[in-house]
Design a protein around this ligand. Sequence first.
Ligand code: TXA
Ligand code: MG
Length: 319
Amino acid sequence: MKEQFQNNILKCASIDHLTKAAQTIQAGGLVAFPTETVYGLGADATNDDAVACIFDVKGRPYFNPLIIHFSNQVSLSATVVFNEQAKKLARAFWPGALTLVLPRKSDCSISLLASAGLDTLAVRIPNHPLAQALITAANTPIAAPSANCSGEISPSTAEHVMQSLGEKVDTILDGGPCRVGIESTVIDLSGSTPTLLRPGGIVCEELEKVIGPIVLSDGSEDKNRSPGMLERHYAPSIPLRLNAKKANPGEAFLAFGSKVNARHTNLSHMGDLKEAAANLFAMLRMLDQPNFRGIAVMKIPTTGLGVAINDRLKRAATM
Ligand code: TXA
Ligand code: MG
């Protein structure tokens, strides 16, 4: 069975592999592909049936809209309305781990399903050569959520995609482990104040240096603006215990920093948050074993990338 799946993983992504993946997108199929953040489950964003397939395969609720990936700003600006703040952020951070939520243009060609009934669209230009090559070869914007079943831990390798979605995906392009390892930062620029909908790979303070203050959405009073941030998410199959000093009997231990026994699985021995973000999903998956009662995770600083890491851990720990 595994071997059969393996045929769908296109290892070194030669031109032939890329052409096959692009043809799959054009034919309305699903291609999992690497970005610098996590692997995406991609489909032609202008094809309603293909976009519907993404929701089906992930078991994703239809109220949770998708991010649309572009290779450049020319094609992107035909779909959404840019304001000054969007222009500044795009200039500073694209291609990169930043998603902007902007008003849809009235003649926007992107499937309405991808917006889940909202009059906005989440858009991003990923900073990964394979993602760029795929979007360019398919010659269409690609709608792509993270390539995992809804609610599960996001995938940072092609193997993770195979474990989560296996034969439900037509093709998996393998670009190795994702460099950033945590999803993009999502900023809503469609209202009167820029709002952080999801902390992610680009630290909010960096964005504020470019556009000034960004309001934090806690998701509760703003359900319509951040429909994807409500659920238990990023969750392993066993319980997660946060801010742990040590493991209780039967628990796996996920450490951070240098003040622990070297044999523990450690997000970063050096206490480097960038390294911790890159390791987070792979290590959670590794420790998500039925022989453990749960996973005890050490306290992670709440500064810089630690904000996004703690956001994911908190959601993963929600029962
Ligand atoms: O790094 C990433 O962002 C990855 C890679 C593949 O690009 N994608 C990703 O997609 O994490 P997904 O679907 O797992 O998360 C997208 C988030 C969800 O929280 C969703 O609710 C939010 O973006 N979102 C998408 N469109 C939106 C919109 N129009 N308004 C508000 N939130 C939106
Ligand atoms: Mg996701």
